[in-house]
Write a protein that binds this ligand. Structure first.
Ligand SMILES: [Zn+2]
Length: 462
């Protein structure tokens, strides 16, 4: 016990000399990335030349090839693919929602609604036309019961909570509607399900995202309406309560297929069998360009490798860059990676993910032990000059979470996320909405944390 605490103390009270050297290296990392960064141009290529890349699609296969070539060009010790089984679903060509509104003059008017199918939705097999029943929660749906819902389209009009400063928490609060809403509605005999998009923006972009049908429950088509369309429909339902909504979706599911995580390694000189993993997810939704989600995390992870190589850094532990496939639609890349790690008894010291958008970084989410947190806190003065001051305990990233357990310290890049859900999973998530400097600062923050972990091994009591 005493020996352990002395060891810990040594890690925490690094000598003034070591702290100076750390501070010089962190400055060099920032200089390298801010003056010579390649991540913004990488993001341009990923978004503009490849574009949206839903797992299972041809574009995702192109992104895997691009990732392998881009990592290889940096000349790490190795680059390889790890096969991963992923779903294959397509949205199809037809995607429309319309309804007829009778104005004060009694004249019918057809309105087109901005909507997008939820990921994994079944198609409508033609057009479904039915009355709408609007609810805000599962409790309201339950209270209405089958007699008021059967044969109708359920419209969950629930907004994310704008009062929450943590936008991720606001998203989490509304997420069950998207994930479980269609199956809940189907239990009462609904023929389709509409939801208000999970966004904090008040605009006409619908936002997609995975829905999950419950085993044994009839699968009904599901789509998200833009915030503006949701408000309009809600208003029109008050003046035209019996209005009929027509929905057409031509989504299709195909057999699961093989794609891959892309992995690059810089071999550690002191602990080659101990790994520090850095990554993001290469797949995106099939609308927009997946610029913030998660093109940013991909190019930042690649940038960490590029910058460390450019600075001639020889890591003590093996540094692994992982471009995970299929976070969005089942987390297959992350799950497979953790399974392989367990099969090989690999020791993961730490893992760091960037999947909160390419915005100004301000710290790290930390899923770590108390003693690891003590070590991390001792680094605060080194990070403070770079506006990295938040070390928030609890979360990390979806792709790396399956590694949880044992010694591994999990981290997520924390950013100013106020605008993230304006873009997330929509046609508005494009390259133009990512700021070069903010993206690069995120990469520099990641490389700085990786450097500090590599130097110390961020141990925990055993
Ligand atoms: Zn993401």
């Amino acid at each position: 016990m005493k020996i352990l605490s002395i060891t810990l103390c040594l890690f925490i009270c690094r000598t003034a000399l070591a702290q100076d050297a750390d501070s010089v290296m962190i400055a060099k990392i920032h200089e390298e990335i801010l003056l010579h960064g390649a991540c913004y141009e990488d993001l341009r290529h990923l978004c503009k030349d490849i574009g949206q890349r839903l797992a299972g699609s041809d574009n995702a296969a192109k992104a895997i090839e691009w990732g392998k070539a881009t990592l290889s060009a940096i000349q790490p010790d190795s680059v390889y693919l790890m096969p991963v089984e992923v779903p294959h679903w397509t949205r199809g060509k037809n995607e429309s929602g319309t309804y007829i509104l009778h104005g004060a003059d009694g004249q019918p008017q057809q309105l087109q609604v901005a909507l997008t199918a939820l990921g994994g939705s079944v198609g409508t097999q033609g057009v479904i036309t039915a009355e709408i029943v609007e609810v805000k929660s599962f409790d309201e749906l339950k209270a209405l019961g089958e007699e008021n819902v059967k044969g109708k389209i359920v419209f969950f009009n629930k907004a994310m909570d704008a009062a929450l400063i943590n936008t991720g928490a606001a998203y989490g609060g509304a997420y069950p509607i998207r994930g479980q809403g269609p199956s809940e509605a189907a239990k009462y005999g609904a023929v389709a399900c509409l939801i208000r998009s999970l966004t904090l923006a008040d605009d006409n972009y619908p936002h997609t995202g995975a829905t999950r049908y419950e085993e044994g429950v009839h699968k009904i088509p599901a789509a998200a309406l833009s915030a503006v369309a949701s408000r309009q429909l809600s208003k029109d339902l008050k003046s035209n309560p019996g209005l009929k909504f027509s929905l057409q979706l031509s989504c299709e599911a195909f057999p699961r297929t093989m794609q891959a995580n892309v992995i690059a390694e810089l071999r550690g000189k002191d602990f080659p069998d101990e790994y520090i993993t850095i990554g993001g997810h290469l797949d995106s939704w099939d609308i927009g360009e997946g610029a913030h989600d998660d093109g940013a995390g991909i190019v930042q992870s690649i940038e960490v490798l590029r910058a460390l190589r450019a600075l001639g850094y020889q890591p003590r532990h093996t540094i692994r860059i992982v471009l995970f496939i299929n976070e969005e639609f089942g987390n297959d890349g992350g799950t497979t990676y953790a399974q392989r790690a367990r099969e090989k008894d690999e020791i993961h010291v730490a893992a760091l993910e960037s999947d909160a958008g390419g915005f100004s970084p301000n710290g790290f989410d930390c899923d770590i032990s108390d003693d690891q947190y003590e070590i991390l806190s001792s680094w605060a003065p080194l990070f403070d000059d770079y506006n990295l001051f938040r070390f928030r305990r609890g979360g990390s990233g979806v792709d790396i979470r399956p590694l949880k357990g044992g010694r591994v310290a999990l981290f997520g890049l924390l950013v100013d996320g106020q605008r993230y859900f304006d873009y997330h999973h929509s046609n508005n998530d494009v390259f133009e909405n990512v700021n070069r400097r903010e993206l690069e600062l995120g990469a520099a923050a990641m490389a700085s944390l990786v450097f500090m972990i590599d130097q110390t091994g961020i141990p925990m009591k055993k």
